[in-house]
Design a protein around this ligand. Structure first.
Ligand code: NAP
Length: 297
């Protein structure tokens, strides 16, 4: 019998996964992935890989040399990492960002599960789809590229992207117009059309970090008037109810935070890296476990 004091969680056969980024201390990916491995009995350990920008290439070569099973990529490397991978999925190339890398026989292949995580969490929570919807999105960063492109490929009628740096929202609108049948527009916060568009939109999405912990008293636009036939989706998951969501909910709109997307994108990444299919039952267990994660991080 093994003595209780001996730590047997990691052994010579343990596979290594992780999340690469900077900063990385606040990521909950280690808890999520290690919980999945524990629940299905896989001998995998998932660790944070903090990496400075100047060491990125060396770090990736190291992960390859050490036969890392696969890893996730987060801020600020989702775009830059593409230069160091052997191959990328068509979707990741179109988005221009990778959040999941799998090591297949020494070849590093990049994927992006943010868009699928977003769509699956939206469809699951609202029991509806993006088909025929008018969507207004705040922000034009990496998360916006992945989520707007996914909504467009899933049949959204129009997508208007509102961003501080208009060049970036212009680029996303162009990407959508060139690759899907959805009509996309780019708008500045000061555009007089914004209020009318906000009233007309079926779905309003915040992909900016405005309102994210610790700046919980900030909100994207304090004058928005919501209605009960609108869905407001804030990609932020900490706090679970941003000021934007609180106001939308008070005015009768249906609200969603970023926790569902976070869990879905992680489960999809886990499936891609390990080849294991996560059952609906296991998914439901994971979701219940992580529903109040902000109380524990
Ligand atoms: P990013 O690439 O840095 O993009 C951030 C976007 O927000 C940019 O368009 C930026 O505008 C805009 N922005 C930032 N601060 C602003 C301010 N003070 N006023 C106006 N606009 C501002 O970041 P990202 O990777 O897309 O992530 C964005 C958010 O989504 C974060 O809160 C992140 O936690 C969340 N997220 C959640 C999930 C999930 O699974 N739930 C997944 C990915 C991301 P400029 O273009 O003008 O700089």
């Amino acid at each position: 019998m093994i003595k209780e004091e001996i730590d047997i969680r990691v052994n010579g056969k343990t596979k290594i996964m992780g999340v690469l980024g900077n900063p990385i201390e606040h990521s909950i990916s280690p808890q999520l992935h290690n919980t999945i491995s524990k629940l299905i009995g896989k001998n995998i350990i998932y660790v944070p890989f903090m990496c400075s920008s100047e060491n990125l290439e060396t770090a990736i070569k190291g992960l390859k040399a050490l036969n890392c099973y696969g890893f996730n990529v987060t801020i600020p490397y989702k775009e830059k990492i593409i230069n160091y991978l052997d191959e990328c999925s068509d979707e990741a190339m179109l988005i221009g960002a990778v959040n999941t890398v799998v090591n297949r026989n020494g070849r590093l292949i990049g994927y992006n599960t943010d868009g699928d995580g977003y769509a699956a969490s939206f469809e699951d929570a609202t029991k509806t789809s993006f088909l025929g919807k008018d969507i207004l999105v705040f922000g034009a960063g990496g998360a916006s590229r992945a989520t707007t492109l996914k909504a467009a490929t899933k049949g959204a009628k129009t997508i208007t992207i509102v961003n501080r740096t208009e060049k970036k929202s212009d680029e996303i609108a162009k990407l959508i117009n060139n690759n899907t049948s959805c009509k996309a527009f780019s708008l500045n916060y000061s555009d007089t059309k914004l209020n009318t568009l906000l009233r007309k939109s079926d779905i309003i999405v915040n992909t900016t970090p405005i309102g994210m912990y610790p700046n919980v008293d900030e909100s994207i636009n304090k004058d928005i008037v919501f209605s009960d036939n609108q869905i407001v989706y804030d990609l932020i998951y900490n706090p679970t109810e941003t000021l934007l969501l609180k106001r939308a909910s008070e005015q009768g709109a249906k609200i969603l935070n970023g926790l569902g997307m976070l869990i879905y994108q992680a489960v999809l990444a886990y499936e891609i890296i390990t080849g294991v299919k996560i059952s609906e039952e296991l998914f439901s267990t994971i979701r219940t476990l992580f529903l109040d994660i902000n109380k524990h991080i």
